[in-house]
Design a protein around this ligand. Sequence first.
Ligand SMILES: [Zn+2]
Length: 296
Amino acid sequence: MRVVAVVVLLAGCMSHEPIEVSADDPLPAGLRTGDVVHRGELAVEVPEVGETVTITVDGDDGTSFALSISQSPGGEVSVVDAAPDDEPLVIAAAAAGPCEDGAFHVAGHVWTTEYQWRFQAGSTPTANSKDNVETGLQRAANAIETSRNDCGLADQVSATARYLGRTASAPNIKGTSTKVTCGARDNANVVGFGNLPPSYLGVACSWADGAGHALEGDVRLSAKHRWFPLEVPTGCSGARYGIQAVATHELGHVFGLAHVSESAHPNLTMSTAAANCTNAPLTLGLGDVRGLRQLY
Ligand SMILES: [Zn+2]
């Protein structure tokens, strides 16, 4: 009898083919780690028990979307509602300059350890230099951990990031031309390039435990967009974007910052639109710094 029981147990474990459900319908009971919850072009694999995963995407047309899914310690899977937009954190008039606009949103996770990350250099678009992209990404991470700004604000942010070098591993982000999915995490924080739905510049996937402590943060940038790896040069025109600027925004997500609206807060790094030919997100605005100070 004991043998039979083991066989039944194994069969039960192995018979669960991953299923996909919509976040906009009531989630069915019995969802498990590895099942997929989607909303439009965004999706996440259900994280491990006791963990939350959040996907945030940024379009080149100013659109942005996020989806956050938790699995409770008891195995219940649920959609985590985002904080409402533009709460009383706004302390300046709309369209204030970056040093006058104090708005920010936090996503719900914070790093309590050093963020140690690697770059999937082999994914670099052929038009770009791996070395320059590597430098641009390091400068982006540096902008967050030092709260780099042109507002005279001191660095009171205790967050730290450390670049561990290149890796052949990809971020745990699966992308096609119609969908992007946060997959299963692997304890490695990776930034790389890859396929994404056509308008998406970048995607950040963040995993956290039940206390909101970050466990992993991966970023995938579009392999199809035309990029400048470092600062966007004077005279830039057309649909070209700065890796350093967009990566600063995406790493803001990794460090726990959510979006503020582009219409009300266009000059902040964490506003939704990453306009072409702009270096604006390279340095943080007042709201971006206030958000990091609250978290760290
Ligand atoms: Zn974003």
